[in-house]
Structure formats: structure tokens, C-alpha cells
Design a protein around this ligand. Structure first.
Ligand code: PMV
Length: 324
């Protein structure tokens, strides 16, 4: 049964084993596999309805060209599925757009899930993730909640490149991911441009890709046993590899600010003093901290006392997208 108005809420995700660099730019195929966890509080809600003519309303269109990207994405989708109907789309993020909080991941995942439902296309999970990937690589992982692996695949046509959920939100109810917002302004270079430069010029990129690919199964195992220390150490090791490749890119990429480094050092000090906590970052200055629920208080107190942080968003592992 086709419904007239569809509402979709999706969540951003943070990669524990990172995606950085493509093996095919046009098809958006990644150079390596990645593994992420969904962030319960970083949500995008998008509504879809049939209309007389196309329209896009976005409450936060801070990112340059974001609206154009959405229109292009929707048009390609309709072309590929031979659909002519005009659609009205309204989208709203609950978090700062384009500050390294992966708003494009939840945004494009919501678009795919909503169009699939509104147009009654009945795409499989695999197809949904493949379609979302064309908007933004990490969006392939946001069509699910929980812990998600995105397989890089080896086929030139990308048919074996898709994401799948490994564990749902109930698997690890005490895990917390604190998003430490140090700067909510627009990032300097898009991840797309940054990745392209890294692939073209970084001497360490290929070695990191090979090592990182092997970490996927170790990370899956560590999550299976809810081993925070192992998850955290693997995530940090992988982050160091990505960061190293960003830094030996020509010209070097730097997405972190001084405040990001102060937070990272504080995580290291807290850990040395006996509080289990681990950090990661993406293509932006905000830092994400992995910890258990019971340690959240001391970590937050210590971080806020630095006076460098705008706010902290407490996340659990995200549930599945909500489609109504
Ligand atoms: O999906 P994009 O183009 O926003 O790239 C995301 C890249 C990182 O956030 C840095 C890492 C990742 O795996 O999400």
C-alpha cells in the first residue's frame, strides 16, 4: 500500500575502523572496508510526500552546495527507477551540519529509505546501502542502526560493495559514545576532496589500507564480546593510521584544532589514571569518546573543566531507522 506522507529518522555513525579514500570515484567505491557504530542522538528526520512540483526544504543548509547535492541525488534515483512523480522533501538535522559529525550520512540514508518507501520500490537492505553510498560513502552504513560493516568489495561494478548490520543496539546497552563538540563551524575541506588528495599523494595510505582491512575481523570479535579495551585500542590504532595518511598528504590535511588535541590528551591522561576511555575523530575537529555508562560522569566533568568544549552529546548505540 502506498502512503502519501512518509517520515524517516536516521542516525549518524562513527567509524571505529575508518573509511578514507576511494577505489572508484564515480561509483563511490571505498579503497577499504570500514566498521561503524550508530549514534543515537545525532538524528536526521526527513519527510516525503507526492506534490504538484519538486521542492526541498532543509532547516539547516549551512553546507555549501548541500541542497544541490540532494536535488541531484533525488533526480538520479528517479531516473534509475524510471519515476517521474514530483516529490516534496523536508529535512531537519538535530546536530551541527558539516562539522565532522557526518550529517551527510544520516541525510542521504534518510533520502534512500524515504524514497524507497514513498515510491514502493521494495529495495533490499543491500540495495539501500548501495544507493545511499552514491550520496556519501558513510551513508551506506547509516541505513542501519547498531554496529555496521561496509564491505569494500572487489568487483569493478561495485555489486559486492555494500553495508550490513553486525549487531543491533541491544547488543551493548552500556556502551556510550560522547561527542565532544569543540567547534560547530563548517569544515575546511570536504572529505571528498581530502580523500582524493590522500589517495593521490600520501606515501602511507596503501599500507594503512592493508593493515586496516585486517582489523575489521578483530574489531568484529571485540564488539561480539563487548570488550571495550580491545574495541578502543583497535579504533585508536586505526585512527592513527588514517590521521598519519592525512598528515603525509600533499598539502597536509589537518581537520583537528588545538582544542581537539587538548581533549585527546585528556582522554589519554584519564586512561592512564584508570578510567577506560578511547577517542576517535573524523574529518572535523570534534572528538568522540568511547566509554562505559558508569564512567561517563568523571569523563564529562574532566572534559568540561578544560573550558575548551562547547557541549557534549551523550550517545548510546543507535536503534534502527524509524520509518512511518
Ligand atoms: O562519507 P564521507 O564522504 O563523509 O566520509 C567519511 C569519512 C570519515 O568520516 C572520516 C571516516 C568514516 O569512515 O566515516
Amino acid at each position: 500500500m502506498k502512503k502519501n506522507i512518509i517520515s524517516v529518522t536516521t542516525t549518524a555513525n562513527i567509524a571505529l575502523i575508518k573509511y578514507w579514500g576511494k577505489r572508484d570515484e564515480r561509483l563511490m567505491l571505498p579503497a577499504k572496508s570500514s566498521l561503524s557504530v550508530g549514534l543515537s542522538e545525532l538524528t536526521t528526520t526527513t519527510t516525503f510526500e507526492h506534490a504538484e512540483h519538486d521542492s526541498i526544504q532543509a532547516s539547516e543548509l549551512h553546507q555549501p552546495h548541500f541542497e544541490k547535492k540532494i536535488i541531484h541525488f533525488v533526480n538520479e534515483f528517479r531516473r534509475d527507477y524510471d519515476i517521474a512523480q514530483p516529490i516534496k522533501i523536508t529535512t531537519h538535522n538535530q546536530f551541527p551540519t558539516a562539522a565532522g559529525l557526518a550529517s551527510s550520512a544520516s541525510g542521504f540514508a534518510a533520502l534512500v529509505l524515504g524514497l524507497n518507501k514513498l515510491l514502493d520500490l521494495r529495495l533490499s537492505n543491500q540495495e539501500l546501502s548501495q544507493r545511499a553510498r552514491l550520496g556519501s560513502g558513510s551513508a551506506a552504513r547509516s541505513v542501519f542502526g547498531g554496529f555496521v560493516v561496509w564491505h569494500k568489495g572487489t568487483l569493478a561494478n561495485g555489486n559486492d560493495c555494500f553495508a550490513e548490520e553486525l549487531f543491533d543496539a541491544h547488543h551493548w546497552p552500556t556502551l556510550r559514545i560522547l561527542v565532544i563538540v569543540v567547534d560547530a563551524s563548517i569544515k575546511k575541506m570536504s572529505s571528498r576532496d581530502g580523500m582524493r588528495l590522500t589517495v593521490a599523494t600520501s606515501p602511507s595510505f596503501k599500507t594503512w589500507c592493508a593493515k586496516s582491512e585486517q582489523r575489521i575481523s578483530a574489531m568484529q570479535q571485540a564488539i561480539a564480546t563487548r570488550d571495550l579495551e580491545q574495541v578502543g585500542m583497535l579504533a585508536e590504532t586505526d585512527w592513527h593510521g588514517m590521521y598519519g595518511a592525512m598528515r603525509d598528504t600533499q598539502p597536509p590535511l589537518e581537520y583537528l584544532s588545538d582544542a581537539s588535541w587538548v581533549v585527546i590528551k585528556t582522554v589519554q591522561h584519564l586512561r592512564a589514571a584508570g578510567t577506560p576511555c578511547y577517542f576517535t575523530t573524523d574529518a572535523g575537529p570534534n572528538v568522540k569518546i568511547l566509554c562505559e555508562e558508569q564512567d561517563m560522569g568523571i569523563i564529562e566533568q574532566t572534559i568540561m573543566a578544560l573550558n575548551k568544549v562547547k557541549n557534549i552529546i551523550r550517545n548510546r548505540v543507535a536503534c534502527e531507522p524509524i520509518i512511518t
